[in-house]
Design a protein around this ligand. Structure first.
Ligand code: AMP
Ligand code: MN
Ligand code: ZN
Length: 810
């Protein structure tokens, strides 16, 4: 077990200086343990072994099925399972949570239990938070209202900030614990951070070691805004330029070089591991001036390999900040203050993209992204020891494990999550950071040697690690982009059932949070944690004070904007209250929700209203003209054609409206395609699962086309009639639950259901790029497609910072 370090004494001192609890209290708190630390230590040990044991269980799938074929195993599983559930149930009861996890009878048992566990975790963590704050002397009822950007003088006080090896470090540790008012490093940045809701554009303007030069658009110093031309023309120039180069603009600047990178034979043959120098005999340089950085770069350019690591901070910044870069050569260690040298770091590209120099990282996935995001740095010729460790099937793939395994060094990862913005850096943190790269070149040697040995001297396995490393260096940084559907991604993970009001509240709060976090350059987690957002949405407090009561502790920005939040909650309360089936979240598509509501007349009325609004809107902003159906038909994808056929096969409400009757469905579909798709299930049109139905639809459409006279000149019917028509279509359709397949609504615009008209184009929406109504429709459609893919640096699911990283095992 890795909890071998003995620092009880120092920890106790820190604790003692922190709280007024006396020895007796502690004994009462943790019967059978000397003090809280001993208890915690024991607890960690137990949790660690439990985690280990669970990792050793047969994997779900074939392995598990195989084991399960043995009755002994089955029995054992069941008895152990019962015990574990019993135990969980007790813990939950202890905390006053719902706790029928033991209930084995229900079909939905696993999912229900999972919900219970999530709920209970929330409650328990919340309580832990409150108690920690109380112990820390925080009085929640007397917090001042803070202006935007004000730093509340409180940092997260957690065990990883504590360290106690040797008495000399005591004062440092103590200072670290209470390091208040860390200045926002962002304030000193020469280049302002771009939190706008636009895709990330690589920050590279000089490309050392280029085989293929940078795209010309990157080198245009002269922006159209600078030209002395009318605004409209500048706009056109700008558009043309960006369209011409849009692919290049967002591409990985070293894609070509990496695609053509080959590993030389010398790096595929067995190395003689070169022992690291003892730390005490190694020179350490702290780099915080341009001069030193240039000198370091020159030094690195002469080497054949060096090791790199980064330290990062993500709580008090929207996108996150790279705070430190550690570099180790065979002889020296360097620590670069990347907050200070942020705008100059790009000069290291000369060494970092030199294909003849190997850059060794451990678990480089995030580092590669951070380098691009903050400095415009890229890595050509990467070796990731984490990938090496995985290929070797070592017991664990974390850096601590490699350090112990190859170097017999007991590292201490507790600083990993420290606040790396602190300056000057306390000595312990410097030492910690240094350890992350100091031994890495030796580990690189050992891993390569073992990869060859374990593969009978054949380079295949080693080659695969080089390839995996290259793939990692090809990763492109994606900025978290907010879309109208982002909140659904988050909610889906939460597994809550919300009614329409709660759903609206969550959506509005989510948008508020994203906007404010970008504006204030804070993480979304700092602005308003998800569990609080859920609580507010669930409770829909009538008073601003109720919102405050949902948050504990109250995030400063919530306190400051509580009235705005209250307005949002009020807005949500004005939504018609509709209940939602509990298992909707299994599909979690709005379509499904609305299918479940199809008998609701209110809803049908609302929809008819919506159609009418749309038609008005349509008339206002669209030049009525018949498009060339044939060319457009050609540009439709199979899925779009299919959707169109389905739509055309049904009586559609648009046809009843005089002004629009001459428009073909092509325009309607293309312009409101997403909306119409969304509405299909409401009018009980299910996805055309079988070919037959589809063909029938096509046939009936063809028939209708043959008799166009009946469609032309129809008078707008009264709403009542429309309602009837809608009801009729509902009755004709009785979907069997088993054959029902939820429609793919991921492309749907949900905003329309909240009564918000989708007119607001001021907010950037990557899905909407180039989709202006006046544009030639098929083109707009194509652009829409390409806007969602990787070439636009856009990934919808990435909007939840802090939760979006799957941390690799280090
Ligand atoms: P490392 O490469 O282990 O030094 O980690 C680099 C940075 O990644 C740290 O400074 C942290 O900001 C972040 N980090 C590493 N592990 C975790 C984790 N488990 N959870 C959150 N952040 C992490
Ligand atoms: Mn790292
Ligand atoms: Zn590190």
């Amino acid at each position: 077990m890795s909890l071998s370090k003995s620092n009880d004494d120092s920890n106790r001192e820190v604790l003692d200086s922190n709280s007024d609890t006396n020895e007796e209290d502690k004994n009462e708190l943790c019967p059978g343990f000397k003090d809280v630390d001993a208890f915690v230590k024991h607890g960690f040990g137990v949790v660690l072994s439990a985690t280990k044991a669970s990792a050793g269980l047969p994997q779900p799938g074939d392995e598990f099925d195989f084991y399960r074929s043995f009755p002994g195993f089955q029995e054992f599983c069941e008895s152990q399972g019962d015990q574990i559930l019993q135990c969980m149930s007790q813990i939950m009861q202890h905390h006053g949570c719902r706790s029928h996890v033991k209930d084995r009878n229900k079909l939905t048992a696993v999912e229900e239990r999972f919900d219970l566990v999530v709920d209970s975790n929330d409650v328990i963590l919340e309580r832990a938070g409150i108690l920690l704050d109380e112990a820390d002397g925080v009085n929640r009822n007397q917090k001042p209202v803070m202006p935007a950007g004000f730093q509340p003088p409180k940092i997260v006080v957690s065990s990883w900030n504590r360290k106690g090896s040797g008495s000399s470090s005591q004062s440092e540790t103590f200072r670290l614990l209470h390091a208040k008012n860390i200045a926002r490093p962002q304030l000193k940045f020469k280049e302002k951070i771009d939190n706008s809701n636009t895709p990330f554009v690589p920050k590279i303007f000089i490309k050392p070691n280029a085989v293929k030069p940078l795209p010309s658009c990157k080198k245009h110093v002269c922006q159209p805004e600078d030209l002395d031309v009318p605004a409209a023309l500048a706009d056109l120039i700008h558009q043309q330029r960006t369209q011409e180069h849009v692919e290049d603009m967002f591409a990985h600047p070293y894609q070509y070089e990496l695609d053509h990178l080959t590993v030389p034979d010398s790096l595929l043959s067995k190395p003689e591991p070169q022992m690291y120098k003892p730390i005490a005999e190694t020179k350490l340089s702290f780099i915080d001036s341009l001069e030193d950085l240039v000198e370091l770069n020159e030094k690195l350019c002469k080497l054949s390999e060096f090791a790199v690591d980064l330290e990062h901070h993500s709580y008090r910044s929207f996108l996150g900040l790279t705070c430190l870069m550690q570099i180790s050569t065979r002889d020296e260690d360097f620590i670069i203050d990347t907050l200070e040298l942020r705008s100059e770091m790009y000069i290291l590209n000369e060494a970092f993209t030199d294909p003849t120099i190997v850059k060794v990282f451990h678990g480089a996935d995030s580092d590669i992204e951070w380098l691009q995001r903050d400095f415009g740095l890229y890595v050509v010729n990467l070796f990731d020891t984490h990938q090496g460790s995985r290929a070797l099937h070592l017991a664990r793939n974390s850096l601590d494990h490699l350090l112990r395994h190859f170097c017999n060094v007991d590292s201490d990862k507790r600083y990993q999550l420290a606040d790396w913005r602190i300056r000057p850096l306390p000595n312990e943190m410097v030492q910690y950071a240094r350890t992350d790269t100091h031994y890495l070149l030796y580990i690189y040697d050992c891993v390569r040697a073992q990869l060859l040995d374990s593969n009978h001297g054949q380079p295949g396995l080693l080659q695969s690690v080089w390839n995996k490393s290259k793939d990692i260096s090809l990763t492109k940084y994606m900025k978290p982009l907010f879309t109208e559907d982002s909140y659904l991604e988050v909610l889906r993970k939460q597994k809550r059932s919300f009614n329409t009001q709660q759903l609206t509240a969550f959506r509005l709060l989510f948008a508020w949070r994203d906007k404010l976090a970008r504006q204030e350059d804070e993480s979304t987690g700092y602005t308003l944690p998800i569990h609080m957002m859920i609580k507010i949405s669930e409770e829909l407090p009538k008073e601003p004070q109720g919102i405050i009561a949902c948050c504990n502790p109250v995030p400063p920005l919530v306190r400051q904007q509580v009235n705005e939040l209250h307005l949002l909650v009020q807005q949500a309360r004005e939504m018609p209250l509709l209940k939602v089936r509990r298992n909707w979240r299994q599909h979690w598509h709005v379509g499904t929700v609305f299918t479940s509501l199809k008998t609701s007349k209110v809803l049908v009325l609302q929809l008819i209203n919506l159609f009418e609004t749309l038609v008005d809107y349509f008339n206002q902003c669209f030049v009525l003209k018949e498009p060339d159906v044939h060319t457009e038909q050609n540009s439709l994808s199979v899925a779009q054609m299919k959707a169109r056929r389905i739509i055309e096969s049904f009586e559609n409400p648009f046809r009843m409206v005089g002004n629009v009757k001459s428009l073909t469905f092509t325009i309607l579909y293309l312009c409101f395609g997403r909306l119409i798709m969304l509405l299909i299930p409401v009018f009980t049109f299910h996805r055309c699962a079988c070919q037959q139905e589809c063909q029938e639809s096509a046939k009936s459409t063809a028939k209708k086309r043959e008799t166009p006279a009946s469609e032309v000149g129809e008078v707008t019917p009264k709403p009542a009639k429309k309602l009837k028509a809608a009801e009729k279509t509902q009755k004709t359709e009785t979907p069997s639950q088993t054959s029902f397949k939820p429609f793919d609504y991921s492309q749907s615009d949900l905003k329309v259901f909240a009564g918000t008209k989708s007119k607001d184009n001021s907010q950037f929406d990557p899905n909407r790029q180039g989709q202006g109504f006046k544009k030639k429709v098929p083109q707009g459609q194509k652009k829409h497609n390409s806007a969602g893919n990787r070439s636009m640096s856009y990934m919808a699911g990435k909007s939840e910072r802090g939760f979006r990283h799957n941390w690799p095992k280090r």
